[in-house]
Design a protein around this ligand. Sequence first.
Ligand SMILES: C[S@@+](CC[C@H](N)C(=O)[O-])C[C@H]1O[C@@H](n2cnc3c(N)ncnc32)[C@H](O)[C@@H]1O
Length: 358
Amino acid sequence: MNEREINFIADLMNKMDRKAAVIGDIINDYLSHHKNLDKVDFLDKAWGVVRAYARLQWAYPENNWQERVQKFIENGLPDVSAAPYYIQWEIHEWFLSHIPTPESELPALLEKPDIILRALDNRDITLSEMKKEGLNVEPCTQSPYGIILKNYANLKNTSIWKKGCIEIQDEGAQLLSMDIGVKSGDSVFDFCAGAGGKSLILAQIMQNKGLIQAYDITPKKLFELVKRATRAQIKIIQITTSLPKPDKKFDHVLVDAPCSGCGTWRRCPHMRWHLTEKQLKHITRTQSEILNRAQAYVKLGGKLSYATCSLTTDENEKQVENFLQTHPNYKIVLEKRYSPARTHTDGFYLCVMQKTAY
Ligand SMILES: C[S@@+](CC[C@H](N)C(=O)[O-])C[C@H]1O[C@@H](n2cnc3c(N)ncnc32)[C@H](O)[C@@H]1O
């Protein structure tokens, strides 16, 4: 690694000190302007330093980022066994009490994750085509749709991507979507559809039969969903930019709620420094309001699925507990966590509740 690259990473860390949220974009932009550098090594080092933000400051308090980066490149991670746990695990101290089993989840949340894809059609054929293209891929062991990309690759330049045979989606999100229990022919209301990650896999599980109505408070995200659905030749998703009439009922209502996102901190390690306790409280209030509104669209005997990509109990178990107190006409039929330590995926929570009375 040359001086220019070290300077770049040091500058990146100065930006992190100023709470820049676009660290990934800055790194990718640098890569696109320096075509000759060893991408794998550079990405490893740059993200390695981002992941060690608190540990490097704790170990080298007197040094500036230029010096800390230099030490990291030369010696790797410093010994922080004497540091408080929140430093070792790279989180704000207040966050420690918000997740169950922090001693296993937080170290796992620091690991570098594989890139996980979802095959939109036959996975075996997709795998063999990807191998022919020189990509180092393996099937995921838990999701029948999942593919692990073992090496760095400019995916969007591959013919398999251009043909629309794959999407990027963590295995945890795939497992969660399967656990919702949708069947071919069902009607589904995706209340927080965003750009459609869940809607698209639900449509695949439903074999493109039935109806998925996709709503989001930010309509422009839904337009991205339309593009992705077209690319995947999915025909059963209808977007709606306003809420349906209250008498419209569905077999399944999915609330893939806005959340702290802490379950995905393996992939965006800098984001762990952005979350505040105040924001967490605010997010839990929003989630509760959305759940209350969304439940009205579940038909009798139908299911309300509440999902987050968070590991906190406030956003997950406690949120559902509070919901059930005010909605005794729902009962839990499945409650599950997917996490870096348990399922070796990003962190997700799913609770499927059945409506037993109006
Ligand atoms: C976790 S993201 C959804 C991700 C998406 N389901 C996927 O799988 O790609 C949460 C979404 O909730 C939306 N949202 C936030 N507040 C909302 C509200 N009050 N009603 C509906 N959607 C809302 C956000 O715009 C965001 O797209």
